[in-house]
Design a protein around this ligand. Structure first.
Ligand code: AMP
Ligand code: MG
Length: 330
């Protein structure tokens, strides 16, 4: 199929909305990463998302809304805790998991009795969703397993010819996917860490929130089982920031015939080795992370990343880095 490249004007947004209602796929910007949108009320459209991405069908999708009232049409039950989150936190880079209504297909939820819902803080995202007039399922708009796209050009790299349209909006300023907060059970659980931290949720709810990120845990979010965010080339991850150790590791790779690159906080410390700045604040690191992996995989054949932040947001970034490196921590 020929992919249309649409702009943020009312004619193109109307067309994007019409395409969604006709059951086509439209990629669109959000503040976290670009999403691959489909009409959540059209099972055939939702199913085609899995095909376009090559995504396993037991990995559920997040339903995106532009208005809080839609949450009550999608969830069967909105608990007092959920209502606090909806009222005080949304819109945000936060997805809530709630009991689903029968109108929400098993194809969206991978057979679960719960549904994940998000109201993005991005104005462009909400504008597109409003034009769509229906709730929109959207995973990240990359081929399954690849680093998520944070610009429309990266969506084009993966999805040209596979989707009806790409809305060419702004680059994503958060850069990693939403926090997933499960409010369907007795206790609030964070299933996927993100920019909204457990502490922020605890402040709103006035109770403790458990962070469950062990991929083997039963209560875990299905999607976190899969290989994710991986660049095309091997990657190693260091958590110490130790220049001597990183230098030795790099030199060892060179001896083995690799052309590696160090993705590090202090690029100036590594002499004339190949270096690339990972960023100096959590916000910078997150915003550029997936783009950096996509840039570096084109030029080098081994990425050695180093990340040392131990803030709460830093832990969310680390979650992505560990997956990108396929657990290869040095
Ligand atoms: P993505 O769209 O790639 O950002 O991934 C969406 C993720 O949200 C999935 O991989 C799951 O981990 C999570 N998710 C979606 N629906 C549910 C649900 N009903 N229960 C728990 N986690 C969910
Ligand atoms: Mg994804």
């Amino acid at each position: 199929m020929e992919t249309k490249y649409l702009q943020f004007n009312s004619a193109d947004l109307s067309l994007a909305g019409e395409l969604i209602r006709q059951g086509e796929l439209v990629a669109f910007p959000t503040e976290t990463v670009y999403g691959l949108g489909a009409n959540a009320l059209d099972v055939r459209a939702v199913s085609s998302t899995y095909v376009a991405k090559g995504r396993p069908s037991d990995n559920p999708l997040i339903v995106h809304v532009w208005d809080k009232s839609q949450i009550y049409e999608i969830a069967r039950e909105v608990s007092a805790d959920a209502e606090k989150i909806v009222d005080q936190v949304m819109p945000a880079s936060l997805t809530v998991v709630l009991p689903k209504r029968d109108t929400i297909s098993d194809v969206i939820t991978a057979g679960l009795d719960t549904v994940a819902i998000r109201m993005p803080s991005s104005v462009q995202a909400r504008e597109f969703l409003r034009y769509a007039q229906v709730p929109v399922t959207a995973p990240s708009a990359n081929l399954s397993g690849r680093p998520s796209p944070t610009s429309w050009q990266r969506v084009r790299d993966d999805m040209d010819g596979r989707v009806a349209a790409i809305l060419c909006g702004e680059d994503c300023n958060v850069g990693i996917e939403s926090t997933v907060l499960d409010l369907s059970g007795a206790h609030p659980l964070i299933l996927r860490p993100g920019v909204v931290t457990a502490q922020q949720i605890e402040q709103v709810l006035g109770k403790s929130v458990e962070v469950v990120t062990n991929p083997k845990s039963k209560v875990n979010s299905p999607g976190v089982r899969y290989r994710h965010y991986a660049p095309k080339v091997p990657m190693a991850l260091d958590l110490s920031g130790d220049v001597a150790k990183l230098t030795a590791y790099y030199d060892g790779l060179v001896k083995q015939g690799f052309t590696p690159v160090l993705l590090v906080e202090q690029p100036q410390s590594y002499g004339n080795r190949n270096v690339y700045p990972i960023g100096s604040t959590d916000e910078q690191v997150a915003q550029a992370l997936f783009e950096n992996l996509r840039i570096l995989e084109e030029k080098y054949d081994y990425i050695v990343a180093s990340f040392t932040s131990n803030t709460a947001f830093g832990q969310s970034i680390l979650n992505r880095l560990v997956r990108a490196a396929g657990n290869n921590i040095i």
